[in-house]
Design a protein around this ligand. Structure first.
Ligand SMILES: [Zn+2]
Length: 380
């Protein structure tokens, strides 16, 4: 039995104070949280706070070799254009090395689970290693409607590689501006495919595209000689345009939400399924120099999670840096709320809260020590 006390203990939802003792079984499973005075002898004093392990709900491990390559503050369409034009496949060992370093940094910081976007099976070998729970979101894209069956087939082949290894995975749309109506319908029709994640309203141009077929994405399509004459605007926001396709998907993870309006949050809340809102503040600052309307999301009761996005759009893959960015820009938001986004809510979004996200009896959520402004995995 292991007994830990700390300057404070965050249990996944609230701070318990300094007079509590966290008791774990020898295998790391949570046994109880009791008053310190009940815990008897052999208590280990941990400096700083203790928290359950972090859950990063949005990452692109495959882009780890792109650290520092893409200029900041260009806005999303130019960012995407630059990524696509620089996206020469590096030598396999360069990519594997960058992914291994990024995964090791996350593990050292106390990340225990990651929702990771995959366009290929490059991360497969790494994900069969123990240490981090990975849910691979195999991403499908194609804005030209006629190409939808071929695009789906390509992504299903990648998905099959993850399934063969028994790794948790689902097939997901990339974004409203890169997925055609037919492809949306095909993806939404996949069975036993949850959660579904999608990049949502990361740029103002996404809503202009759907509302009025105007905005910077038209330049983006033109740049790549894409004929989008088949795209029919809906006159509605992008969220309202695509969410109805997924009526039968029990759990959705909407990522970024930088330009989501309050009425869209209310619309999403009116849907039957569980919806989680993943924020990646440092990536939003990197790409669009803007943050989502976090207060509105909170006021509307949105279930928020945090993600790091990729090293193409972030200086590091650090959940603590994401927590700190929110805290710095919105000091009025209680730290307990932000910590819950990074732990319990993330675990619920990935469907793994029976094991991860909070200090409840029987769970093995991992431990993070936060001390002197840094977070690191605490190993017992
Ligand atoms: Zn992303």
């Amino acid at each position: 039995m292991i007994k830990l006390t700390a300057g404070d203990i965050f249990d996944g939802q609230k701070f318990l104070g300094a007079d509590r003792c966290l008791i774990l079984d020898d295998d790391g499973a949570i046994s109880a949280v009791v008053p310190r005075s009940w815990a008897g002898d052999g208590i280990i004093e941990v400096e700083g706070w203790l928290s359950p392990g972090f859950v990063n709900t949005h990452c692109h491990l495959e882009l780890s070799h792109m650290q520092g390559l893409i200029p900041e503050g260009t806005g999303l369409p130019v960012f995407l254009q630059t990524v696509m034009e620089q996206r020469e496949t590096p030598a396999p060992e360069v990519m594997q090395d960058a992914m291994a370093r990024a995964a090791a940094a996350m593990k050292a910081e106390g990340v225990v689970a990651v929702g990771d976007i995959c366009n290929t099976a490059a991360s497969l070998a790494l994900k069969t290693q123990p240490g981090i729970y990975w849910h691979s979101f195999v991403e499908c894209m194609g804005f030209i409607d006629a190409a939808a069956p071929r695009r789906l087939e390509h992504s299903l082949a990648v998905l099959a590689r993850f399934k063969e290894k028994g790794l948790p995975c689902s097939i997901v749309p990339h974004a409203p501006y890169s997925v055609s109506a037919t492809l949306f319908r095909l993806l939404a029709g996949m069975e036993n495919n949850t959660p579904v994640s999608i990049h949502n309203q990361e740029s103002a141009s996404e809503d202009s595209l759907y509302r009025s077929k105007t905005g910077a994405f038209l330049d983006f399509y033109r740049h790549f000689n894409m004929d989008i004459s088949g795209f029919g605007m809906t006159g509605k926001s992008s969220l309202r345009s695509y969410l109805p396709y997924f009526a039968a998907t029990p759990r959705m993870l909407l990522v970024h939400n930088t330009y989501t309006e309050p009425e869209d949050v209310r619309y999403a809340a009116s849907r039957e399924q569980e919806i989680f809102w993943c924020l990646c503040p440092n990536a939003n600052l990197y790409i669009e120099s803007r943050l989502p309307d976090v207060k509105t999301l909170m006021n509307e009761g949105a279930r928020i999670t945090l993600g790091t996005d990729s090293l193409a759009s972030n200086r590091q893959l650090s959940m603590w840096e994401e927590i700190s960015a929110i805290h710095r820009h919105f000091p009025e938001i209680p730290m307990a709320a932000i910590m819950q986004w990074a732990t319990l809510n993330g675990a619920q979004a990935l469907g793994i809260s029976a094991t991860y996200g909070s200090f409840e009896k029987g769970k093995k959520p991992g431990l993070v020590q936060i001390h002197n402004g840094n977070a690191k995995a605490y190993t017992i």
